[in-house]
Each structure stands twice: as structure tokens, then as C-alpha cells.
Design a protein around this ligand. Structure first.
Ligand code: SAM
Length: 300
């Protein structure tokens, strides 16, 4: 099969099948072989790997994954793309096309079917890696779903909007730092592999993109006593990021602690009562969450 990673072949396949790009599914197909090869290298894809690809489109990235990996499961929501994928991937016997919404797919069960997980777990015969050019409109729900379900992947390598990549990798203090930075850095070690211009896609997106690789921790290095409280606190801290932490958390209904408890916890941490969320590192948010957990819930 000829590779689809250029504009000419992509447009030929799309028009042969009378396919109309659907904006609502975030369909921007890659036409840049260099970007694909560097993403595969960053993910370290090899013949022991089972790859879950989210949103294969017409199968451009999938072709390279099939050649480099042991097995590929490609989850695509758009049923109009399924006959195209069956055609463009027909020479590979190691790929399974799943016509489903990834947000409704049980990835833990799928990983178990392939006996795939982290290489350092005795139950895993194959390393599980996630590689995708993500549909940008659901980047955060997809990433949070992977993290919170504890999908046993070693790494997640994804194309996202550059602005989102900046937020994922941001350090405390800057304008990009927020609840996404904290969640991503709590579950993984992220790094930006490459900035990708709109010309690398058909049709061209309005935004610049970036490939990000996240090496997932088997166990986060520092863990809060209560995961859900930690996530609720980080969300509340940045929902109104210009407020002080005391006001932002104290007035948020998903954080069951009053302003006095929050002030007291900050004091124990040696932080000013007027500190804002953007100044705290992920570890400090964990400590804050643990201190609040061990204090009295607000009763008012
Ligand atoms: N991987 C292809 C490539 O790089 O050329 C296509 C990437 S395109 C940015 C995103 C793909 O995700 C589209 O094929 C779209 O139909 C699919 N998609 C959108 N929402 C989805 C969902 N909820 N579950 C699975 N696939 C989805």
C-alpha cells in the first residue's frame, strides 16, 4: 500500500471514497512523514509493543504503527472512515479497527485482551503505548480518562494544540500553569517533542500543534491520601485563578473545607494566606490536600 503521508495521496483517498471532512470530529489528517517518524521514535515503538491509536482517520499514522509494532488497536468514532481504513490497512494483519467513541471504550479490558501493560509488571507480555493525533476538541477528557482509569500504558505520545502542550508542561508561576499542568505532571513526565505547523495537515487547522510524550509513572512519586480531593482542589484553585487560594477554595462547593481550615493549612506549609494557586507546585497541592483531609470538614 502506498503511504498516505503526503497531500497528494491523502486527497486521492479522500476523494476516491467521496469522504467529507467533519469538523465536529476534529478531522485534520497528517501529511508529514517526518513528524510521524519522529513521534514513533519519541514513543520508542518496537516489535514488542501493543499500540492503542485514538482516531486513526484514514490510517496515515496507523500504517507506520503497524510496521513498527506488534499489534495495533485503532479506535475511530466516524463510521464513514471504517471502509476507508479497511482499504488503506488491508495489507496489515496486526491491526484491529474498532468503530467506537474512545471516551466510551473500556481500555483496561482492551489492554487485558492483548496481555499488554507496563513492561515492569509480570502480567504484561507486551508493552502498551498510546500514540495518537488527537481530536483536539476532547484532548483533556481523553487524557484525564487515561490517567484516572489507570490505563496501564508505559507512555502516551500525542499530537495536541501547541497551547495545550504548553499548559501540560508548564511550571508554577507562569500564565500557562494550571490544573492540566498539575494533573499531567502528577501522572507522568511530559516533554514536548516537536512543534508542528498547520501545513503538516489536511485540512490545515487554524492553530499550531505539538507532539508531546508522557512517560507514565507506575505510581506517582508523591501521592495524596485522597486522589479525588486533590483533583477537586486543583480544579477549584484555577477556576478563578485571580482569586487567592483561600477565597477560591473556600467558596467552591466541591471543596468541603472552610476558609479558616485553608488558611491554617497554608500557614503550616509556610505559605502566605494571600497566595494564589499558580504559585504552588504539584507537590504543594498534594500537601495542602493532605493537611485539609486531616482537618475538620467545614460545617457551615
Ligand atoms: N490519525 C489521523 C491522522 O493523523 O491523520 C487522524 C487524526 S484527526 C486529528 C482525529 C481523528 O479522531 C479523526 O479521525 C476523528 O474522526 C477521530 N475522533 C474524533 N472523536 C473521536 C472519539 N470520540 N473517539 C474516537 N475517535 C474520534
Amino acid at each position: 500500500m502506498t503511504k498516505l503521508s503526503n497531500a497528494k495521496n491523502t486527497i486521492a483517498v479522500v476523494s476516491q471514497h467521496d469522504f467529507d471532512f467533519r469538523k465536529r470530529f476534529g478531522q485534520n489528517f497528517l501529511i508529514d512523514e517526518g513528524v510521524i517518524l519522529r513521534a514513533l521514535e519519541a514513543a520508542g515503538v518496537n516489535k514488542n509493543d501493543v499500540i492503542f491509536e485514538i482516531g486513526p482517520g484514514i490510517g496515515t499514522l496507523t500504517q507506520y504503527l503497524c510496521e513498527a509494532a506488534y499489534r495495533v488497536a485503532a479506535i475511530e468514532i466516524d463510521r464513514k472512515l471504517i471502509p476507508i481504513l479497511e482499504e488503506t490497512l488491508k495489507e496489515y494483519d496486526n491491526v484491529r479497527i474498532i468503530n467506537q467513541d474512545v471516551l466510551k471504550t473500556d481500555l483496561l479490558e482492551l489492554a487485558a485482551e492483548y496481555e499488554a501493560g507496563r513492561e515492569d509488571r509480570p502480567s504484561a507480555k507486551h508493552a502498551l503505548k498510546i500514540v495518537a493525533n488527537l481530536p483536539y476538541y476532547i484532548t483533556t477528557p481523553i487524557l484525564m480518562g487515561l490517567f484516572r482509569q489507570k490505563v496501564p500504558a508505559q507512555s502516551v505520545t500525542v499530537m495536541v494544540q501547541k497551547e495545550v502542550a504548553d499548559r501540560m508542561t508548564a511550571q508554577p508561576g507562569g500564565k500557562d500553569y494550571g490544573s492540566l499542568s498539575i494533573a499531567v505532571q502528577y501522572y507522568s513526565r511530559p516533554r514536548i517533542v516537536e512543534i508542528v505547523p498547520p501545513e503538516s495537515f489536511v485540512p490545515r487547522p487554524k492553530v499550531t500543534s505539538a507532539v508531546v510524550t508522557m512517560d507514565l509513572y507506575e505510581e506517582p512519586p508523591v501521592k495524596p491520601v485522597d486522589d479525588n480531593l486533590f483533583i477537586a482542589i486543583t480544579r477549584a484553585a484555577f477556576e478563578q485563578r485571580r482569586k487567592t487560594l483561600v477565597n477560591a477554595l473556600g467558596s467552591n462547593s466541591s471543596v468541603p473545607y472552610g476558609k479558616d481550615s485553608i488558611r491554617e493549612a497554608l500557614e503550616k506549609m509556610g505559605l502566605s494566606p494571600s497566595v494564589r494557586g499558580e504559585a504552588l507546585s504539584p507537590e504543594e497541592f498534594i500537601r495542602l490536600s493532605d493537611l485539609l483531609k486531616s482537618s475538620e470538614s467545614k460545617t457551615e
